[in-house]
Ligand binder design. Structure first.
Ligand code: F6R
Length: 365
């Protein structure tokens, strides 16, 4: 049942090239419009949306952060992302021009379901991005975009997250097409890069040994920091959550530019810092932030896009992800972070698939 792997998490990490592909199949086809056959929202309704809320919990929330960036950039609609347990209790401004996108692997998360119900009560339209056909969230939403990750057994979400990212890009492109905010060439260029993601993810999975070695060397640390800017910050948050969940190492994700406003006080000799520098337009800024922690003695493992070997001058260990456009980099950069938490958990002798205190589906509010 684990397909030859020692843990479900390893199996699910390795299924990512396939599930990325499955989630795009029949929806993203070269030189054709985005096909979302089951989505009933009309062009007119899309044009009328004046605000989108993406509401979710945990890893799904982190996918929502990438969704905000993609939708705002490609379709020019303002998006707020919020954790469901907060959204519900703050009397958010919702009306018939509001669209809510809920993201939930299980489709059963109580807070997310309650947020969906609140949005519907106030006449907003709801699109659900979920992995479970027939789940409560899929039944109650106006439209459903299924992620085709297949059953996810490990408590720590991996393959569901990357398919949620793909769903976010698809929605952003679909809205951009309907609103006319991008040219056909621009849309085709993004689609073309998306279609290359499965093979690039596969390539990353062939380089596990380095990450495993890093995990084995560093698993005894009590804290780790994850830094990034822009989309890398959202991926840093996901990497940090994964590490906490399954290795019980305290970790924090920080927007790299925010570090000097407080948390840099925590950096001392030997502090492990995982720095994400895949966003080309923010690369130089990120390198300056890495220098700030290096000066304080941090041990830095950095991830950049292939070709940026100059980063080796600044960091202790540099790793590369295959080149893609900035917007899509999270699909690739999250993979080594998943592997890092996986191997750290194993090095510490933790229960990888069933971490303490956690359940796969959180059906209490
Ligand atoms: C993290 C994790 C949780 C879930 C969260 C939402 O690895 O598994 O943070 O992402 O509980 O669950 P769903 O997506 O089922 O609503």
């Amino acid at each position: 049942e684990k397909g030859g792997y020692e843990h479900f998490m390893a199996k699910e990490i390795h299924e990512q090239p396939k599930v990325i592909k499955d989630t795009m199949t029949s929806r993203i086809i070269k030189n054709e419009k985005i096909r979302l056959d089951d989505i009933t929202i009309t062009k007119e309704q899309i044009k009328n949306i004046d605000k989108i809320y993406i509401v979710a919990c945990g890893t799904a929330y982190h996918a929502g952060l990438i969704g905000k960036n993609a939708i705002e950039k490609l379709a020019r609609i303002p998006v707020e992302v919020e954790v469901a347990s907060e959204f519900r209790y703050r009397d958010p401004i919702i009306n018939e021009k509001t669209l809510m996108i809920v993201v939930s692997q299980s489709g059963e998360t109580a807070d997310t379901l309650a947020a969906l119900r609140e949005a519907k009560r106030q006449n907003a339209r709801v699109i659900a991005v979920t992995n479970v056909v027939g789940s409560s969230i899929s039944r109650e939403a106006d439209d459903v975009l299924y992620t085709w990750a297949g059953p996810e057994i490990a408590v720590a979400s991996t393959k569901a997250y990357v398919t949620q990212l793909i769903a976010m890009y698809i929605i952003a492109l679909f809205f951009a097409e309907n609103k006319g905010t991008l040219s056909n060439e621009e849309i085709e260029a993004i689609k073309e890069e998306m279609l290359l993601l499965p093979e690039k993810a596969e390539k990353l999975l062939q380089n596990e040994e380095d990450i495993k070695a890093f995990a084995e060397e560093n698993h005894m640390h009590k804290d780790m920091f994850f830094l990034g800017r822009g989309l890398d910050y959202a991926v840093a948050m996901e990497g940090s959550l994964k590490l906490k969940e399954i290795s019980y190492i305290h970790s924090e994700a920080y927007a790299a530019g925010e570090l000097k406003h407080g948390p840099i006080a925590l950096i001392e000799d030997g502090t492990v810092v995982i720095a994400l520098a895949t966003q080309e337009s923010l690369f130089e800024k990120m390198v300056s932030n890495i220098k700030e922690v290096k000066t304080r003695g941090a041990n830095v493992l950095a991830f950049a896009m292939e070709g940026h070997t100059e980063i080796e001058k600044t960091v202790d260990t540099a790793k590369y992800i295959p080149r893609t456009i900035e917007l899509l980099a999270p699909v690739l950069s999250v993979i080594p972070l998943q592997l890092l938490s996986y191997y750290t958990s194993i090095a510490k002798g933790c229960d990888v698939d069933k971490p303490r205190n956690l359940a796969k589906s959180v059906t209490v509010e």
